[in-house]
Design a protein around this ligand. Sequence first.
Ligand SMILES: *[C@@H]1O[C@H](CO)[C@@H](O)[C@H](O)[C@H]1NC(C)=O
Ligand SMILES: *[C@@H]1O[C@H](CO)[C@@H](O)[C@H](O)[C@H]1NC(C)=O
Ligand SMILES: *[C@@H]1O[C@H](CO)[C@@H](O)[C@H](O)[C@H]1NC(C)=O
Length: 432
Amino acid sequence: MAFPSAPSALWIVSLLTVLFTAAVHSNIFNDDDPLQPVTSDETVSVGGTVTLTCRVAESDNSSLQWSNPAQQTLYFGEKRALRDIRIQLHRSTPMELSITISDVQLSDEGEYTCSIFTMPVRTARATVTVLGVPGNPHISGFENPVRDGETVTLTCTSTGSKPPAKLRWYKGTEQVEGRDDLVVQDDPTFNVSSKLTLEVNAGDDNIPIVCAVDHPSLAPGDKRSEQALRVLYSPEVYISPGEMMPIEGQKFSLRCLGKGNPEPTDYSWVRKDGELPPLSKADSAVLSFLMLNKSDNGVYVCHADNGIGKGMGEYTLQVQDTTAMSTSSGVDHAVIGGVVAVIVFILLCLLIVLGRYLIRHKGTYLTHEAKGSDDAPDADTAIINAEGGHSGAEDKKEQKTQRSRGQEGVFHLDGGQSGGGNERGGSFKRCG
Ligand SMILES: *[C@@H]1O[C@H](CO)[C@@H](O)[C@H](O)[C@H]1NC(C)=O
Ligand SMILES: *[C@@H]1O[C@H](CO)[C@@H](O)[C@H](O)[C@H]1NC(C)=O
Ligand SMILES: *[C@@H]1O[C@H](CO)[C@@H](O)[C@H](O)[C@H]1NC(C)=O
């Protein structure tokens, strides 16, 4: 094999580094010494439970011991040394000493030591890292509704995280970028805050703004806080007619619908090219006509005001003659046309099926005719046979029996034909 190239040499070096680091971390100082205790580093959230395990590969029955970062002995073999009910024996054998610490506090963090009292004493260390669980985030800075087009700045804060938590903002379901988190040390944990500035518009009314906390001690979405935006905006106005078809001499009304925040309460009606008709009555959002007249034709305008702004909508009134009712006959024509089309389609389908049936049966008839003439000894008999005469009947019968014995292919062919018939049945169904 050739000399390793520079990158692969580098790779080997880094692999060795990783292995060495791993070895140091798991405190394997001497692989060959079976009496050397082995431990592992642990990470636990505040309030959680951590298990510290110390093992030896071989035992000379010397006692194992765990002590805390303050060098106090916790357990000596299975004997409890420190009065702390949070610390319990998990397993004690000549080869293993495991203890658990429940309701872990930040003050429990540090380097724990496992010793075995051989000659000389052998030790291994385990680092316990305690995560400070961030508190629920809190959104502030949004006390009152804001007007369409204004900006709002929200602040999200979360306290008690270690290491510092990350804050994320969402507008509805879409993530939005806030300013960089501000981290303040509140020893031994951190207070984190983030600001989000938004320019709001009418469409943002009632959209939830979410602040979520990202932290190794939490599952995503565990801790979040939500605040709905409230945006004030001037009304958008639509006019809805009481009837789709305003007919001369009948009653009619227009309703003004103003969509705004707050809901508009102040409505007014005007006619674009003159006075409102004498037989009409404007009552807030509704304009009613007691009896429509062609002279009412024109453009009607509704103004809605919600204190934030005004909106307006228009409706063009086009009064129909009573004779305009005849448009309904147009509908009848359409229905008749549709029915005729369906009937023609069905007839076409029937015609196709009938056509195929006739072609098949004509084929059979021709075969019989030809058979009759083939069987005949001479032309005259052939004519008689073809015309259905009885003179060749005996011969034909015999021949048929022979065929049924010798030519099974005929029957297969028949089977195939009946299969074809089914297929046609299928196509007929599709046609219908
Ligand atoms: C350890 O103790 C057990 C029983 O107490 C004994 O059977 C065993 O031989 C001892 N081992 C050593 C290495 O002394
Ligand atoms: C962190 O937040 C807590 C709770 O709001 C507060 O009491 C404390 O003063 C804050 N610490 C710092 C350093 O701001
Ligand atoms: C419509 O109004 C005109 C006068 O303004 C009146 O002569 C006519 O009779 C009215 N038509 C109907 C159907 O009321």
